[in-house]
Ligand binder design. Structure first.
Ligand SMILES: [Zn+2]
Ligand SMILES: [Zn+2]
Length: 432
């Protein structure tokens, strides 16, 4: 089995791993990079021409993968719906089948729709967790894994002789922590190689609490507070939305989501394999807010059914103003004007994302506005990635012959975790 990690041996995100055996060739993840030349990648890069993208290395030089080549891959398999794992899908040759889980597909579809970005692949094939599927010589077994992306997978990949395990992004302190135990229990012991993420190895000073602890912390923080509680998290970090929802429900507060977040919750709930809260008669404390610009976009471009499906749960701005001391509400910088019109003030703003995203001018302007209207700012967050002790537990449990760090800025730190660590370089093929 021949493996090439095109990106990720020394950086977080933008993962692409090729696996070859006999005549079969697959790519695991097609990630858009988070960094370019060691700097966070700018928005302008996505509008570069194909040649320029190849030249600067956003698209690694991989023959037979992209739309302008003769296709020479049997499949592209995506672990989860984070852009640093699927963001290059739009460049993949349309004849190469793309495999993803139902939840991953749903999130990619709805992001493409609301952000009006590139369409997701038409020929996508869905896999079910814990049900192996065959591509050429490869047998691929997907495991549901605990991560900040919904329905994320780890894979056990075998040809006739060898087995490798790819963790994707994972953690053991989320709402599906039990999935990590199950993965360690069920994935093959003594595999020929374990490709594991190591995001946190470069960020060990970051405090890690469980999602349940985060929910409890939140309850404590806001239970005696008189004023609107606004929070900013990713609309796709479902574990986090559930934490805020549950805290609101425990305190008998109204949980307000914007119409985009409402659609994400609604669409995922329709998959039928979960009990996510969503605006409906079963969850009457959830109300839907319609930000002006987004609502215009839905009616003009996306499709009015995405707005109308929540009309019974709509909370207008004047109503919001009246009940503001009793709300927990999801916000984004683009909603600043709406917050102003609703006259929300003297409240609490809770930032609940990785601090690295907080430095943009747009974000600072937004928080500056909130500060001027009497909002105090707080941070309450926990990582979507594995702690060192989770990685240790994984290695001890799976006993792989080789450990290959990926999705990390600090691959060298793995050496202290095991004597079987093999450090690799981007773009260099190696045999297992
Ligand atoms: Zn990632
Ligand atoms: Zn991720």
């Amino acid at each position: 089995m021949q493996i090439t990690i095109y990106r990720g041996t020394h950086e977080i995100g933008g993962t692409l791993v090729e696996i070859k055996s006999g005549k079969s060739r697959i790519l695991i993840d097609a990630g858009y990079p988070l960094f370019l030349n060691n700097q966070p990648i700018g928005d302008e890069v996505s509008s570069y021409s194909y040649d320029k993208l190849l030249e600067v290395g956003v698209l690694p030089d991989i023959k037979g993968l992209y739309g302008w080549d003769a296709p020479a891959f049997d499949a592209v398999i995506i672990s989860h719906a984070h852009i640093d794992h699927y963001g290059l899908l739009r460049y993949i040759h349309p004849e190469i089948p793309v495999y993803l889980s139902k939840g991953t597909r749903k999130i990619i579809d709805i992001s493409a729709l609301f952000l009006q970005s590139a369409q997701p692949p038409a020929g996508a094939c869905e896999f079910d967790m814990y049900k192996p599927f065959q591509i050429g010589d490869f047998r691929i077994m997907p495991f549901l894994i605990d991560h900040s992306a919904f329905d994320a997978a780890a894979f056990e990949i075998s040809d006739k002789e060898k087995t490798i395990i790819y963790t994707g992004d994972f953690r053991g302190h989320g709402r599906k922590a039990v999935c990590l135990d199950r993965f360690i229990d069920k994935a093959k012991e003594g595999a020929d190689a374990l490709l594991t993420e190591g995001t946190m190895l470069g960020r060990q000073d970051e405090e890690v609490i469980t999602e349940q602890e985060l929910e409890d912390c939140l309850v404590k923080k806001i239970q005696d507070f008189k004023g609107p509680v606004l929070f900013q998290s990713s609309s796709q970090n479902i574990d986090r939305l559930v934490s805020f929802y549950r805290a609101a429900a425990r305190l008998d507060k109204i949980f307000v989501v914007d119409v985009y977040t409402a659609n994400v919750l609604y669409e995922l709930r329709q998959l039928g394999n979960n009990r996510l809260p969503y605006p409906s008669v079963d969850y009457l404390n959830i109300k839907v807010f319609y930000p002006y610009r987004l609502t215009q976009k839905i009616f003009n471009k996306i499709g009015e059914e995405y707005a109308k499906r929540f009309s019974s749960f709509y909370i207008p701005k004047d109503k919001l103003k009246v009940v503001q001391n009793n709300i927990v509400m999801a916000v984004r910088p683009s909603m600043r004007r709406d917050i102003e019109i609703a006259d929300l003030k003297n409240g609490m703003f809770i930032y609940s994302m990785w601090s690295g995203y907080r430095d943009s001018e747009y974000q600072k302007e937004f928080e500056g506005y909130l500060n001027r209207t009497g909002f105090s700012a707080h941070i309450l967050h926990t990582s979507g990635h594995a702690t060192v002790s989770d990685i240790r537990r994984l290695i001890t449990g799976l006993k792989p012959k080789q450990i290959i760090p990926i999705h990390t800025m600090a691959p060298d730190s793995f050496i202290s975790l095991s004597e079987n660590v093999a450090l690799k370089k981007d773009g260099e093929a190696f045999i297992i």
